[in-house]
Design a binder for this molecule. Structure first.
Ligand code: GLY
Ligand code: MN
Ligand code: MN
Length: 434
């Protein structure tokens, strides 16, 4: 697998040299990121690396204050921060095979990095500026071009995303077992972490672990310690990281034999049909709009709302039950950069006005990593808005009352787009788990 990493670096280097020529820069310096302190305190937030740094240095995800210098025709040069610090462990220089791809300088004084830059025209990508110098900090043109590249994943990145999915599905299985044995949201979350051997800061985003009505809160942020009286629904949106690459998976569970469980099965079938439509020619905006027809059909089929598909979509009824986007780019960031970007110079295609939360409008291409995550929810706030609309008379409110205690459904898989089809990393991961 390490050979995939080396060829990943070669591809990145070739693309970078092209971009530097275009923007007139002679070199690029990337900072790994900084630690941030809590307000009025000496304790620190968990470290989040600069994704651009991890793009090159896949194995250095927990290393603030390092710098990577990239120059045409040269080995990438890593300035590795090794402070004299008896409060924290100063890591030794890496000796693994991957480290051979870099020149190494251990440093604890920034003048070492600054003097390495010389007088060359330098772009810097970093959250914090390097003081004293005429650098081009986070130059828009270069960053747009690089953002655009990042949507297409190299073989190495695809491997990392596959492994992140293989990890996350283990957590999802543990969570499902926890739900079936009647655990609290908190205990389900803990069993998820245990199953994937992650601490909380390792997660790509805060796990969403919603029981019952909490499944209707799209980004539910609490985990109750109390065990609820009934376990009607578990909606768990939880990921994992592998060398910085994120999985972003949602599953919804409910005991069989209820209308809601049938609704989950029906949406699951539709989600797979949507995934089957993903390839390098798919227009994701159209597919998102098509998903509203799918939701309209399910609403009618389950006797929740009456009316034609077209009418339910046009009147905005489906948006009350499915208020988010169908998916997004995935990679080093859960919502990876450039989802609205149409070209290397940064032209944006905003989502349609009726669908402001759609994060992906870029035409798909082979090698993209994306999520496909339709949902169907019973969200009190949106339902009370719907009650004031003319379409309210088409709603079977007693059916809605019956389903409200179940919260909602989201089913989310991670896919790699191919020319004529796609690879479903999540379903494959579950299948391998057995
Ligand atoms: N976990 C956040 C999302 O699905 O986009
Ligand atoms: Mn997602
Ligand atoms: Mn998610």
């Amino acid at each position: 697998m390490i050979s995939l990493y080396f060829s990943h670096l070669e591809q990145l280097q070739a693309a970078l040299e092209k971009h530097l020529t275009a923007t007139g820069h002679e070199q690029l310096l990337i900072g790994s990121g900084a630690l941030h302190h809590h307000f009025l305190d000496d304790t620190r937030y968990p470290f989040r690396p600069n994704p651009w740094f991890v793009y090159w240095a896949s194995f250095l995800t927990q290393h603030p204050d390092c710098w990577l210098l990239l120059r045409p025709g040269c080995k990438p040069h890593l300035f590795y921060y090794t402070p004299r610090d008896f409060w924290h462990l100063t890591p030794a220089l890496p000796a693994d095979e991957w480290a051979q791809a870099f020149e190494w300088t251990a440093y604890d004084d920034l003048t070492v990095v600054r003097s390495a830059l010389g007088s060359a025209r330098t772009a810097i990508i970093s959250e914090q500026p390097l003081p004293e110098g005429d650098w081009d900090l986070n130059p828009d043109g270069l960053m747009q071009a690089m953002n655009f590249d990042r949507a297409i994943k190299t073989e190495w990145e695809q491997h990392c995303l596959r492994e992140a999915n293989a990890l996350a599905v283990k957590g999802h299985r543990a969570a499902r077992e926890g739900f079936e044995s009647g655990l609290s949201e908190y205990a389900i979350h803990q069993s998820y972490l245990n199953a994937i051997d992650h601490n909380e800061p390792d997660l790509p985003y805060d796990n969403i672990v919603g029981l019952n009505e909490h499944a209707a809160v799209l980004h539910y942020q609490f985990q109750q310690r109390v065990v609820p009286q009934a376990h009607r629904t578990l909606l768990i949106d939880a990921g994992a990281r592998y060398n910085g690459y994120a999985a972003d998976i949602t599953r919804t569970h409910s005991p069989a034999g209820t209308l809601f469980a049938d609704l989950i099965d029906a949406l699951d079938e539709q989600q797979q049909a949507l995934c089957a439509q993903i390839n390098a020619t798919t227009d994701f905006v159209s597919l998102h709009e098509q998903t509203h027809q799918v939701i309209a059909r399910l609403l009618a089929q389950f006797d929740i709302v009456h009316g034609s598909e077209e009418q339910l979509v046009e009147q905005g009824v489906t948006r009350c039950f499915y208020p988010h986007g169908l998916g997004h780019l995935l990679g080093l960031q859960v919502h990876d950069v450039g989802g609205w970007q149409q070209d290397a110079s940064g032209t944006l295609r905003k989502p349609p006005e009726a669908h402001p939360f759609l994060r992906l409008t870029r035409p798909l291409a082979a090698g993209f990593a994306i999520t496909v995550e339709p949902g169907l929810y019973f969200i009190p706030q949106l339902l009370s808005d719907l009650k004031t609309q003319p379409a309210a008379s088409d709603v079977n409110w007693s059916r809605v009352e019956e389903l409200l205690p179940y919260g909602g459904i989201r089913i989310e898989d991670n896919l790699i787009v191919g020319e004529h089809s796609s690879e479903n990393l999540t379903r494959d991961g579950f299948a391998r788990l057995g």
